[in-house]
Design a protein around this ligand. Sequence first.
Ligand SMILES: N[C@@H](CCC(=O)N[C@@H](CS)C(=O)NCC(=O)O)C(=O)O
Length: 203
Amino acid sequence: MKLYFTPGACSLSPHIVLREAGLAADLEQVDLKTKKTKSGADFTAVNPKGQVPTLVLDSGETLTEGPAIVQYLADQKSQSGLAPRAGTFDRYRLQEWLNFITAEIHKPFGALFASATPEDYKPIARQTVAARFAHVDRHLAAGGPFLMGAQFTVADAYLFVMTLWAGFMKIDLAPWPHIKAYAERVAARPQVHEALREEGLAK
Ligand SMILES: N[C@@H](CCC(=O)N[C@@H](CS)C(=O)NCC(=O)O)C(=O)O
């Protein structure tokens, strides 16, 4: 398998999942501005959407969209517990979280990162992120230590990246103490730390 990634981008989520699952994969870095891979190849020939994460399987099949990729990876090592078994109610609960993170948190962050976003829209995007973090904080306060309870899942890998992005955007997590503690808890996982180190985000 090969995972196309960009350091600190949403592709960090499947990168963490690969490590947590103990799956072997090559990593190929992508420059999202030039759409070139580190080896100089045209990334749009791999994924016409020009977006990371992109996973190319040994069969030659290409899978895109982070929530689909992380579930595929988790299912390759179902004993890892990174995703509840397909067909169970908990699997739909996991998908509920993945969809919430991708549509309600990732996308408003995307607007904050994009240079083309009008300045007067940015406070609105920040307010949206804050409202979504407040929801997650209430959820973690009522349970935890992870989104699905006791078990770390692929949804945690994704949410953790959102907490990192909060730091990139100077959004202080202090108003959401349960998210703050959660981010520290996830960062302390050895495989998460390794993924961060490999992407140049930790020593
Ligand atoms: N819907 C996609 C979105 C992925 C996405 O937003 N990737 C960003 C990096 S975090 C990207 O590749 N941006 C470059 C672009 O859209 O041209 C997914 O969930 O995987």
